[in-house]
Design a binder for this molecule. Structure first.
Ligand SMILES: [Zn+2]
Length: 211
């Protein structure tokens, strides 16, 4: 179970679902994400919401997305559109019980990717983690760039040049960052998205603070 779910439960951030959505983009061959993201969501649903919820979600999906969700191939490239379809179906299926499920999905991916939990805050490790995530961004998404900047109170992650985007995707990023901060021993982590491509900005910029 992610630390976000364990410590915040239903008080983890609620999603902001307004904004424009582009699911395919001008070049559909680059609007792709790694299959491991589908695997993480399957695992999350079965572990947290229960197997029946997983089947309820599957029943809402188009054939292609259902295939990705049912038998995820970690290293395959899958359409961004399908990931958003899956996340939206998860949200619709379990929102009564988990109104913040999108943040919890993001937290589950950070849990999967980071694994260990640091006993106390290691700021150097944390900075290294965000710097290397920026480097590895292209292993998980065929589109966009990511960079990390240190700030006085923490850090800033900036995503740019996204040909496809959705507020559903940004909502899971909140949980991803919160979980990453918690696992590295950060106290009182706060994540805000100060700019968003779905609102017409040129980047999705996340300000992260912790102590
Ligand atoms: Zn955004």
């Amino acid at each position: 179970m992610s630390l976000l779910l364990e410590t915040k439960g239903n008080t983890a951030p609620l999603p902001r679902l307004d904004g424009k959505e582009v699911l395919v983009g001008p070049d559909p061959t680059i609007c792709k994400v790694k299959g491991v993201m589908f695997g993480g969501r399957k695992q999350f649903l079965i572990d947290v919401a229960g197997e029946q919820s997983f089947y309820d979600v599957l029943s809402r999906l188009s054939p292609r997305t259902m295939q990705y969700a049912r038998t995820p191939l970690a290293s395959a490239w899958c359409e961004f559109e399908s990931l958003i379809e899956l996340d939206r179906a998860i949200y619709e299926t379990v929102k009564k019980k988990y109104p913040n499920v999108l943040a919890l999905i993001g937290a589950a991916s950070a849990e999967l990717g980071i694994g260990r939990v640091y006993k106390s805050l290691d700021s150097a490790e944390l900075t290294k983690f965000f710097e290397s995530s920026a480097l590895f961004h292209s292993q998980y998404q065929k589109f966009g760039t990511q960079r990390f900047e240190k700030t006085a109170g923490g850090g800033r992650v900036i995503y740019t040049e996204y040909p496809c985007y959705s507020p559903i995707f940004c909502a899971s990023a909140f949980g991803y960052f919160l979980e990453a901060l918690l696992r590295h021993g950060g106290q009182d982590p706060v994540v805000t998205e100060t700019k968003c491509q779905t609102l017409g900005d040129s980047s999705c910029t996340f300000e992260l603070t912790w102590r």
